[in-house]
Design a protein around this ligand. Structure first.
Ligand code: PLP
Length: 396
C-alpha cells in the first residue's frame, strides 16, 4: 500500500502546528510562527481568544448537538443578530463556505422556480472565482484545475471575465437567473471589483428581476473593514454566502437572504444535520460579540491602512520581486514578479512567518483581525529579512 491513510489531496508542509497563542502558531518543533494566514482568513480573533474558548467550553458541557427537527433558541438568536446587522431578512446556517454557497445557488434557482419560471436557472459567474469544492461550487468556477477528473460539471453556470460589465450584458439571456460574485476575489488574487461593476450588477438584477448573489465567505465578516464588503459598494445583495471568519475557527457558515429572494425556500426544501447546532451557535455568538461593532470595523480599517502603507513603502526596495499592493482592510495582496509559492515557503521555513499564496502571482495576507502595531512590526521585520535573503539566494 503506497497511499497514505490521510487522503493525499493536500501537499502538506513539514511545518506541523500543534498549538496557538494569539497571533502566533507553535510548531511541533517548538518554534513560534507569526500567523498572517489565520487558517486562510478564518481565525479572526487569533488562536486563543478567551471569550470564544469559554463559550465553546460552556456550550459543549450544556448541549452540543440536537436535530434541526426541534426548535432552536440558539439559532433564532444568532439569526436575529445577523438580520439586524445586514441586508438579510432570513438566515440558514451551514458548516462550511461551500455549503453556504450551495444554499445560495439553490435559493437563487428556487426564487424563479417557485413561481414557475423554470427557464431561469443559470447563474453568471466570474473567471478565477473560488466558491468551494462541492460539485456545484466547482462548477460555478471556470478553473480547470478544480474540474479535472470530476466531469461532468453541473450545468447552469456561465463564466464571464471578472469586473467586465459589458461581458455580463452579452452573456445574459432567457436562462439567466442571476449573478454569483465575490466582491473581492480571494483565491483569485485579492482583487476588488470596481464600484461601477458592483453597482452595474445590482442595476441589471433590478431591471431584469434577477438575483444578485454575493460570495463573501472570504471578504466578509469584518475582514475588509466593514461587516460585509458590499457595504463599501453602496449596494445590497439578494442572497449572500458567509463563512470563514464567522466561527472564528469553529466550522460555521450561513446563507443569508431577503424575504423576497428566499420565497422558494419553504418547509422541507433544504436542510443540514449539523448546520447551526448549539455548539456552532455559541461560537458564532462569541465571535459576533467582539466583531459586531462599528469600533471594531474602524480598527480593522486603521490597522489595514497602516499595514498597507508599510507594505507600499517596503516593496519599493525590491522592484524585481514585488509589483503592487491591493485589497481592502486586512485582506491584502502583494502582487509579485516571481512565483509566490516558493517565497511563501521561504518566509515560513526560514523566517517563521505564515502567509498564503493566491492566484495572479499574489502573496496573500489575511491575518487575525486583532493584530496590533507590534504584530505589524514583527511582520515587516520578518518580511524584510525574508526578501533580503531571498533576493540574494533565489532571484539574482
Ligand atoms: C474558502 C472559500 C469558499 C469555500 O469555503 P469552505 O469552507 O472551504 O467550503 C467559498 N468561497 C470563497 C470566496 C472562499 O474564499
Amino acid at each position: 500500500m503506497s497511499i497514505s491513510p490521510l487522503m493525499p489531496v493536500y501537499p502538506r508542509t513539514a511545518f506541523r502546528p500543534v498549538r496557538g497563542d494569539h497571533c502566533h502558531l507553535i510548531g511541533e518543533d517548538g518554534k513560534r510562527y507569526l500567523d498572517f494566514a489565520a487558517g486562510i482568513a478564518v481565525n479572526i480573533l487569533g488562536h486563543s481568544h478567551e471569550g470564544l474558548i469559554g463559550a465553546i467550553q460552556q456550550q459543549a458541557a450544556t448541549l452540543m448537538h440536537v436535530s434541526n427537527l426541534y426548535g432552536s433558541p440558539h439559532q433564532e438568536q444568532l439569526a436575529q443578530r445577523l438580520v439586524d446587522l445586514t441586508f438579510a431578512d432570513t438566515v440558514f446556517f451551514t458548516n462550511s463556505g461551500a455549503e453556504a454557497v450551495e444554499c445560495a445557488i439553490k435559493t437563487a434557482r428556487a426564487y424563479h422556480q417557485h413561481v414557475g419560471n423554470l427557464d431561469k436557472f443559470e447563474l453568471i459567474t466570474f473567471r478565477n472565482a473560488f466558491h468551494g469544492r462541492t460539485m456545484a461550487t466547482v462548477s460555478a468556477s471556470d478553473q480547470d484545475k478544480m474540474h479535472k477528473g470530476f466531469l461532468p460539471l453541473l450545468p447552469g453556470f456561465k463564466y464571464v471575465d471578472f469586473d467586465d460589465l459589458e461581458g455580463v450584458k452579452a452573456a445574459m439571456g432567457p436562462n439567466t437567473a442571476g449573478f454569483l460574485v465575490e466582491p473581492i476575489q480571494g483565491e483569485g488574487g485579492i482583487k476588488p471589483a470596481s464600484d461601477e461593476f458592483m453597482k452595474g450588477l445590482r442595476q441589471l438584477a433590478d431591471d431584469n428581476d434577477l438575483m444578485l448573489v454575493l460570495d463573501e465567505v472570504q471578504c466578509g465578516y469584518g475582514r475588509c473593514g466593514t461587516f460585509y464588503a458590499y457595504e463599501q459598494y453602496g449596494i445590497e445583495p439578494d442572497v449572500l454566502a458567509t463563512a470563514k471568519g464567522i466561527g472564528g475557527g469553529f466550522p460555521l457558515g450561513a446563507c443569508m437572504a431577503t424575504e423576497k429572494a428566499a420565497r422558494g425556500m419553504g418547509f422541507a426544501t433544504h436542510g443540514s444535520t449539523y448546520g447551526g447546532n448549539p455548539l456552532a451557535m455559541a461560537a458564532g455568538e462569541a465571535v459576533l460579540d467582539v466583531v459586531g461593532h462599528a469600533s471594531f470595523f474602524a480598527q480593522v480599517r486603521e490597522t489595514g491602512e497602516r499595514l498597507r502603507s508599510r507594505l507600499e513603502q517596503f516593496i519599493g526596495n525590491y522592484p524585481d520581486m514585488f509589483e503592487l499592493v491591493r485589497g481592502r482592510g486586512l485582506m491584502l495582496g502583494v502582487k509579485m514578479k516571481v512565483e509566490p509559492r516558493p517565497f511563501v515557503a521561504h518566509l515560513r521555513d526560514n523566517h517563521q512567518l505564515l502567509t498564503v499564496s493566491a492566484g495572479d502571482h499574489t502573496l496573500r495576507l489575511v491575518p487575525p483581525l486583532v493584530i496590533d502595531e507590534s504584530h505589524i512590526d514583527e511582520f515587516m521585520d520578518k518580511l524584510s529579512a525574508g526578501a533580503a535573503s531571498y533576493s540574494v539566494v533565489e532571484v539574482a
